[in-house]
Design a protein around this ligand. Structure first.
Ligand SMILES: Nc1ncnc2c1ncn2[C@@H]1O[C@H](COP(=O)(O)OP(=O)(O)OP(=O)(O)O)[C@@H](O)[C@H]1O
Ligand SMILES: CC(=O)N[C@H]1[C@@H]2OC[C@@H](O2)[C@@H](O)[C@@H]1O[C@H](C)C(=O)O
Length: 392
């Protein structure tokens, strides 16, 4: 028998597993590495984050990634090299992190790697195939570290008819749905996504979707006009005036009228799209007013989704992702959604910045030891997400 298959079987029978979760989000800021202890599976599982680190991409790597992310035409040579290089690089970073944390290779049961999203393509018309593509070869991670690596979690989701995202809906329902309290989990990364968790006793359906842009448009404008990668604490937006008409024009975009569940990406929400609208409607804005307006587009598009799923029901709203640090955005959300009791995601027991990497650890744990789960709004059939790469 292949010794790695025997080892995998042994790992799958353990009452708890040490799993390294890796997340590299669409904002291309770097790699989040979580070392977690996962006990049990499914609804009785618990995740304890033992260590967490973000390793930033340097400017050269970042611009190489920018050149291939969400673009219709890319240099295949660059993409091919990056697929391999990132696998190798992540492997090296993992070894350094384990060393720093005083952990040996043998202490770690599995690695769970999301990979870098290259292109996200939900079907343009209903009934067509949904597609999404994450790179970073997991064989390289497994080989470099000697640890069995699970990766490419989104493909099974599309194979059963989903859009490959958000995966958070599955994780959030299993880990955070409350018996008698309505909850919403909101993540403000590049794109904003939410999971609506009506109380179990309500019997209502869990809904998970992307609402539209979170930081992506603001980041682009900050780079273009201020040579900064983001609007720190929302300071620039706070100095500008929102152009309400432009907000309204953007919110007419068909994505905002599509029914749930739905996802989007930076393929659809780019600054050039807003600039074209401005040109068409002869709107000229100062850079500050533009950033304020883009921030309002983010908050108002989130509010639309919130209205649709929650109406005027009261709920706890746990916010994660880098956008939580944007005070202008958060103040606007609080003002527009008064029925929500806003709380930091950390109160649920996982550090906010570590959430998505911990979620990958959860999916890897489920693949090797769980019974599988149905995907809200997509299929009642039980599925597992992820593919297995063996070292050696
Ligand atoms: N202090 C801050 N003030 C304002 N915005 C911030 C701050 N810190 C981070 N951000 C924003 O958060 C973004 C990073 O968020 P995060 O790491 O959650 O995104 P991601 O995981 O890469 O994206 P996604 O979840 O869409 O894949 C930055 O690009 C920036 O726009
Ligand atoms: C295709 C892809 O990488 N989508 C990301 C992205 O970033 C936020 C939003 O768009 C979400 O749908 C998803 O990530 C999270 C982790 C998810 O699947 O839940």
């Amino acid at each position: 028998m292949n010794k790695n298959i025997a080892k995998l079987r042994e790992i799958s029978e353990k009452p708890e597993r040490i799993i390294l979760g890796l997340m590299s989000g669409t904002s291309l800021d770097g790699l989040d590495i979580v070392l977690s202890k996962v006990k049990g599976t499914g609804k009785i599982s618990t995740i304890e984050v033992l260590h967490f680190i973000t390793i930033g991409y340097d400017s050269v790597l970042r611009s190489r990634l920018e050149a291939i992310q969400s673009k219709e035409k890319v240099d295949m040579r660059v993409l091919t090299y990056l697929h391999t290089e990132l696998g190798d690089l992540y492997g090296a970073w993992i070894m350094d992190a384990l060393d720093e944390w005083g952990f040996e290779i043998e202490d770690v049961d599995l690695i769970a790697s999301h990979g870098q999203t290259v292109y996200h393509a939900p079907a343009e018309t209903e009934g067509k195939l949904n597609a999404t593509f994450q790179m970073t070869d997991a064989d390289h991670i497994a080989q470099r570290t000697g640890i069995i690596t699970i990766s490419d979690f989104r493909q099974k989701h599309t194979a059963v008819g989903g859009e490959g995202a958000p995966l958070a809906g599955i994780f959030d329902e299993v880990m955070f749905r409350a018996e008698s309290q309505n909850r919403m989990l909101l993540n403000l990364g590049g794109i904003a996504n939410f999971t609506w968790l009506p109380s179990v006793e309500s019997g209502d359906q869990v809904i998970s979707a992307d609402t539209g842009p979170a930081n992506t448009l603001v980041n682009e404008a900050m780079q273009k006009y201020f040579e900064q990668s983001y609007d720190e604490d929302g300071n620039t937006a706070s100095k500008g005036t929102v152009h309400s008409e432009l907000v309204r024009y953007v919110l007419l975009e068909p994505y905002f009228r599509k029914p749930f569940p739905k996802t989007t990406g930076q393929e659809d929400f780019r600054l050039t799209y807003v600039e074209e609208l401005m040109e068409g409607h002869q709107i000229e804005l100062s850079p500050e007013d533009l950033v304020a307006t883009l921030t309002a587009i983010t908050s108002q598009s989130i509010c639309r989704s919130v209205d649709e799923v929650a109406g005027d029901q009261e709920f706890e709203c746990y916010v994660s992702g880098g956008g939580v640090h944007n005070r202008t955005l958060m103040d606007d959300l609080r003002r527009r959604i008064p029925q929500a009791d806003f709380k930091p995601f950390d109160e649920l027991g996982i550090p906010s910045d570590a959430k998505e990497a911990a979620m990958m650890a959860f999916f890897a744990n489920e693949l090797v030891a769980g019974e599988g789960f149905s995907i809200p709004g997509i299929t009642k059939e039980k599925v597992h997400l992820g593919k297995i790469s063996l070292p050696g």
